[in-house]
Write a protein that binds this ligand. Structure first.
Ligand code: SAM
Length: 225
């Protein structure tokens, strides 16, 4: 990988140790980073705002989250040259869809040839716009409510709360914490089975249990007896 791209991705982050950060990048991140993501870093490296790209170590965590929640339909606010967008497109299934919103098409077009080369552009619907108006438009159609599996917001900080409020409606939520009356009929069977399962798992002394509040809930069971 080009040295300039490595430099662009360099940051101490929370570690406050350049050596430890480089160790993590060189040991766990760069060897597993898909070639086309390296290429996006290369084509971005000379951009004066290259540091806006998602860092590859953050990308590795994002890919894991996308897999953990089985994300298929996602929304991204803040595309820039497309590092997180390509990462998402490479991670979700072949028939997955990403609604990608950015006010700036020019920067999206810097990474677009690489996205096309990676063969995942069919998963992307790029919208050149202020994100808030797109979200408001989506919310005019009730079919869009609860229809997204995952959202990544990486744009103008002053609007994060506005995005949050809208994404709360657009993202899927689980039914286990709803009151009985709120649960649509077709989800009642699955909800009851999930409630019973979770109660039984909590009572099972053979496992170490961690109920992770990701997506619609992820339960990790470790057999200890
Ligand atoms: N996720 C990107 C990546 O991995 O390369 C980095 C995104 S960068 C931090 C922020 C982006 O948000 C910029 O490309 C900018 O044009 C876009 N942006 C800023 N305000 C916006 C808004 N109100 N609506 C949509 N996009 C916006």
């Amino acid at each position: 990988m080009a040295e300039k791209a490595k430099k662009a991705a360099s940051s101490k982050g929370l570690l406050q140790s350049e050596e430890l950060y480089r160790y993590i990048l060189e040991t766990s991140v760069y060897p597993r980073e898909p070639e086309h993501l390296k290429e996006i870093r290369d084509v971005t490296a000379d951009h004066p705002r290259a540091m806006m790209s998602t860092a590859p170590d953050a990308g590795q965590l994002m890919a894991m989250l996308l897999k953990l929640v089985n994300a298929k339909k996602t929304i991204e606010i803040g595309v820039f040259t497309g590092y997180s967008l390509l990462l998402t497109a490479l991670t979700i299934p072949e028939d997955g869809q990403i609604m990608a919103i950015d006010v700036n098409r020019e920067t999206y077009e810097i990474g677009l040839p690489v996205i096309k080369k990676a063969g995942v552009d069919h998963k992307i619907n790029f919208i050149e716009s202020e994100a808030l108006s797109v979200l408001d438009q989506l919310l005019k159609d009730s079919e869009n409510e609860g229809s997204f599996d995952y959202a990544f917001v990486d744009a103008d900080k002053v609007n994060y709360w506005n995005y949050h409020e809208r994404l709360m409606k657009l993202l899927k939520g689980g039914t286990v914490a709803m009151s009985e009356e709120q649960v649509p009929d077709h989800l009642r069977g699955g909800r009851q089975a999930t409630l019973d399962l979770n109660r039984s798992l909590a009572d099972d002394p053979r496992i170490q249990l961690s109920h992770v509040p990701l997506g619609d809930g992820i339960t990790i069971c470790w057999r200890i007896f």
